[in-house]
Ligand binder design. Structure first.
Ligand code: CMC
Length: 389
């Protein structure tokens, strides 16, 4: 009984009320808690943005210091988690390892099922934001067959992550400040994006009142899928295939003939320049100043220029999205493509947790349980196997 509206993918259905992130796709606007993404990327840092997303307002100096202190001192994980991660095959996908190890954290923190106590919820949020880079870095080291590097709590959040990824001995790796800043900005840009697939997964699983580690593991699982987290890798593949600027017109013709899509262009919500794409383009320039330029950047710049002037793309409101330049940046950091989504997951964690917190505090929220339009058989008589065969 009751009204069932068929809406696959919830394209027209609001599943919740939320005060975390605002998007106006026609105008190309993205705001976290009312603050434009451009201003946050320019003047804030990832941990301050994480505080903003989770708490709803910017921190005072004392609140910020306590937040950073707490996150810094929760970066270590239990040694058994380390042993667990060491048990994966050498070629295990880092996202599979991340998903499994985040889920495994739930077994180490049985207190996390107490969702009613605000201090307890806060502790889990701090723990998870703190531990994601450790788990992410170790999933990368596993693929390289290198020993896992423990967190260095003398370092800032993003510098510590880079150190756990790339350090070989006590003194051999100090991340360039410009690279640290660029990665921090990328984390800010990915920190939340309202009811995307992975956030919806976190909310859906969280609505059963499971602990937040299990809910976030579901978010990581959703992000693992190529339609959600995988587009930047596809952009790189296209750029490599194009190979040189002279080949761009042929490539564009193929796109217009419907042979393939221009990856990194177009968005379900943004029908204007994705505001994150502008910032990422600048970050790419900053990174290449440190690492030296990549010939693929010239192809990307020319491709963007041509597409933005071409009627096919203009008439369909296809603009560069966040993924058009992010893969180039990650490659400049020497991340293998399988790591791109892990970086996305680390950035998205505060958003998942802010939305989870909103969910568990929302008195109107019910367990996620969509309706269906039943298309199967109706009541028929069962015949036992002895009579059918
Ligand atoms: N290249 C060429 N044509 C395109 C593209 C593209 N990238 N995107 C859409 N179109 C065309 C499409 O063929 C259709 O044309 P027509 O009306 O002639 O049939 C029209 O534009 C509308 O496309 P759609 O598939 O109905 O649009 P959508 O809103 O369902 O798809 C999208 C959005 C992101 C899946 C799509 O634009 C796409 O596949 N882009 C490439 C993949 C990509 O970059 N994905 C990353 C998205 S940003 C990540 C994030 O925010 O999490």
């Amino acid at each position: 009984p009751g009204l069932a509206v068929y809406d696959p993918g919830f394209v027209n259905t609001a599943s919740c009320r939320s005060s975390v992130t605002y998007i106006d796709g026609e105008a190309g606007v993205l705001e976290y808690r009312g603050y434009p993404i451009e201003q946050l990327a320019e003047g804030s840092n990832f941990l301050e943005v994480a505080y903003l997303l989770v708490h709803g307002s910017l921190p005072s100096k004392a609140e910020y210091d306590a937040w950073v202190h707490d996150i810094t001192y929760h970066t270590f994980v239990h040694e058994n988690i380390k042993s667990f991660m060491e048990g994966f095959r050498y070629d295990a996908h880092p996202m599979g390892m991340l998903m499994a190890s985040v889920g495994a954290l739930s077994t180490f923190y049985p207190d996390a099922t107490n969702l009613k106590d605000a201090d307890n919820r806060h502790l889990q949020i701090v723990r998870m934001i703190a531990k994601m880079p450790t788990l992410g870095a170790w999933s990368f080291r596993n693929a390289q067959g290198k020993p896992f590097v423990y967190p260095d709590n003398e370092l800032g959040y993003t510098a510590n992550f880079l150190s756990m990824l790339f350090k070989m001995s006590e003194r051999d790796y100090i991340a360039d400040e410009r690279l640290v800043r660029a990665l921090d900005v990328l984390f800010i840009l990915h920190a939340d994006h309202e009811q995307n697939c992975s956030t919806n997964a976190v909310r859906s699983v969280g609505s059963s009142q499971v602990d937040p580690y299990s809910a976030v593991a579901a978010g990581v699982a959703a992000l693992y899928g190529p339609l959600h987290g995988g587009a930047n890798e596809a952009v790189l593949k296209s750029l490599k295939r194009i190979g040189s600027k002279e080949n761009i017109p042929d490539f564009i013709k193929g796109v217009k003939d419907g042979n393939e899509r221009l990856m990194g262009f177009g968005h379900r919500v943004y029908k204007n320049y994705d505001p994150r794409a502008r910032i990422i383009k600048q970050a790419a320039m900053d990174v290449f100043e440190v690492t030296g330029t990549n010939p693929l950047l010239d192809i990307a710049l020319e491709l963007e220029k041509i597409a933005l002037e071409d009627d096919y793309f203009v008439s369909r409101k296809l603009y560069p999205n966040v993924d058009f330049y992010s893969g180039l940046i990650y490659e400049a950091f020497q991340f293998p493509p399988e790591m791109f989504t892990v970086l996305f997951a680390i950035g998205r964690t505060p958003g998942w947790l802010a939305q989870w917190l909103e969910l568990v505090q929302d008195k109107e929220q019910k367990i996620a349980r969509p309706k269906q339009i039943y298309t199967g058989e109706r009541t028929r008589d069962f015949t036992p196997a002895s009579e059918r065969w």
